[in-house]
Every structure is written in C-alpha cells, then in structure tokens.
Design a protein. Structure first.
Length: 340
C-alpha cells in the first residue's frame, strides 16, 4: 500500500469518526428535547386554548412544566393558580402584559448563531411589530396603561452574576412606535451631579402610572443604583445604592427589588423600599432570588425560583410585601407572571 493510499484511508476513517460523533450529539440533543416535551407524571394539567389580554381575574405566565406546551404563554384563574392551565400557541423566553398590550421576548438557537427578537402583542396575542434583539432576553415590562414597553437583554455574558456582562435596555412607545434603543443615551445625574462613564449598564425597568416616570437599575464602577427616570426629559437620577431589578407597587409608593448580600457573591435577597423614606424592609424569602419580582396586589409580590430536580425550570412563589409571613408556592413550573 502506498503512502498516498494510507493517507486516504486515514482521512476517510477520520471523516467517519467525526460524522459518528456529530450524529451522536444530534441524537443526544434530540433525546433531551424529546424528554423535555414529555409531561411529568403528577405534573399540572395543561391544555391548549384561546387566550386574550382582556380577560379579567386571570394570571398569565410562561409555562415551564415539561410537555408540548413548555415555554408557551399560559393562564390560570387568579383564585385558583394551582389548577389546570390553558396554554396559547405563543412561546416566549420572557413575557409581560398590561392594559391589553403584551411583550414576548423569544430566543431560538440556530445552527450558526442564536436568534433573538421582541414581539409587540395586541390583546389577542397577535404580533403587531417585531424587533430584533441585540442579545439574550433578560427582563420585560409594560406600563400600567399599556403605552410603554421595555426590555433588557444580555449583549455579552449570560447573567448578572457574570464578572463581565453588558446589558442593553430599550423602551418602546406603542402609540408613536418610537423606539429608544438604549437608555444609555439618557442624561444621568448621580449623587446630585451630572455623570458620564464608559461602563454604564441599565436593566430592570418598571413604569409608574403617569406614562413618564420609570425606575430602573443603573450599574457603573461595580456598583448598582436605583434610578428614577423621565421618558419625556430623557433623564435619570440616582436615589439609593445596591438595588437591582426594581418593581413598582400598584399604588406607586414602594419598590420591590433584589439586594446583593455579601460583596462579590451571587446571592440576592428580596426587599421592599419605601420611596418616600428610602427605608428598606427585608422580605421573608431567604433563598437567593435572581428575578424581577411582580406585584400581584399592594400586599403581595411574586417571583421565580429554580424548581427542585429540574435545572431548566422555575416555580413561582409569593411572599407578603411587609416582611411578615412566609413564602408560599403560587404556580409550579412557571415564570414571568403577569396579573390581568
């Protein structure tokens, strides 16, 4: 056998081995996907149905329970959150809705790169507009009137615990369809003086009822701040430090937020901040909460925690907003709650 023949045989063998490895990887991924689409015994009852954002006394969320409706926007009665859930045909990584306006952030893994987009939804969950996203979906909110929508994505890094991450937060006026691609274009007042820096990041927008005021997290120089912003003036002002993912109460007097406990750790505890006095109240949840909480009413906040035994799923929990009581399971296998 000549050296040329030997090299040819080695090349063919290498191609066959690589093909076999590639096939194995594809089959393994397919098996994992198929397993994720199989309902777990004893899991929640999930059925397909028509959902709208003008239904009253409903709680909408992203279904995280295993089965064919995983990641679908689903709904349960507010009075029976643990009951059977109705799933739409819309699938989202993050979701929120208010006053007949919805926002759905989608992330589809592709062969060469991940595809991310934001869908502006009408009351029938139909897509009004589609916007490409610069990174992986992280947070989404709609103003109480339904006029403004905000979303945050990770442009680099995959979590707020990463040593190197960059976020981009956008705000859309659904009346004029004017998009502010990044809050980083807003003027910043920090500790009473104008502030400029190259490392600024914003995330976790929450809106007031006046269609102008909003709150968000500002990160710079390895510190986080709660800022109050004005959409019309395109300004933000720092209020206090160590506040992440704020969520404004329905009455506009308090902000629920996650507070980093112990410097340089990836642990957050839930607190509520009185906006008048800036007094902080720790909530009864002692697990680390990496989520933007949602107020179900003026007394109760909801948030997601990882599910036991399923690293790809979360459960929704609630806790009293005054620091009393104890956490209670709201919906197993769910995320992104939006009370209608």
């Amino acid at each position: 056998m000549t050296s040329t023949h030997r090299r040819l045989l080695i090349l063919v063998a290498a191609v066959l081995v690589l093909a076999g490895v590639g096939t194995g990887v594809v089959l393994h991924a397919a098996a994992r996907a198929d397993q994720a689409n199989q309902p777990h015994p004893g899991g929640p009852t999930v059925g397909a149905g028509r959902l709208t954002l003008d239904q009253k006394s409903r709680l909408m969320f992203v279904n995280a329970a295993a089965g064919p409706h995983r990641t679908a926007v689903a709904s349960v009665p507010s009075t029976d959150p643990g009951g059977g859930r109705t799933a739409s045909g819309l699938k989202c990584a993050r979701f929120y809705a208010a006053a007949g306006t919805g926002i759905c952030l989608q992330s589809d893994p592709g062969v060469l790169e991940q595809s991310n987009r934001a869908l502006l939804l009408d009351a029938g969950l139909r897509t009004r507009r589609t916007y490409p996203l610069a990174g992986t979906p992280s947070r989404a909110r709609v103003s109480p009137s339904g006029r403004f929508v905000a979303w945050t994505v990770f442009v680099s890094g995959e979590s707020y615990s990463s040593a190197f991450f960059t976020t981009r937060t956008s705000v859309l006026d659904t009346r004029t369809m004017r998009l502010t691609p990044s809050l980083e274009t807003f003027s910043i007042t920090k500790d009473g003086t104008p502030y400029h820096a190259s490392d600024i990041n914003f995330w976790g927008v929450t809106f007031a009822t006046d269609d102008d005021t909003f709150y968000a997290t500002l990160n710079t120089a390895d510190k986080t701040y709660l800022v109050r912003g004005s959409l019309s003036r395109r300004t933000v002002t720092t209020l206090t430090g160590n506040v992440e993912c704020p969520s404004l109460s329905p009455d506009g007097t308090r902000v629920a937020f996650k507070k980093r406990v112990l410097s340089r750790t990836d642990l957050w505890h839930e607190y509520v901040l009185d906006l008048r006095t800036l007094r902080e109240t720790p909530l009864a949840e002692r697990h680390s909460v990496d989520d933007q909480a949602t107020w179900l009413d003026n007394r109760t906040v909801a948030y997601a925690l990882p599910s036991d035994g399923d690293v790809h799923s979360t459960d929704l929990w609630t806790v009293p907003a005054d620091g009393t009581g104890k956490p209670r399971l709201l919906i197993a296998g769910a995320s992104s709650p939006a009370p209608l």
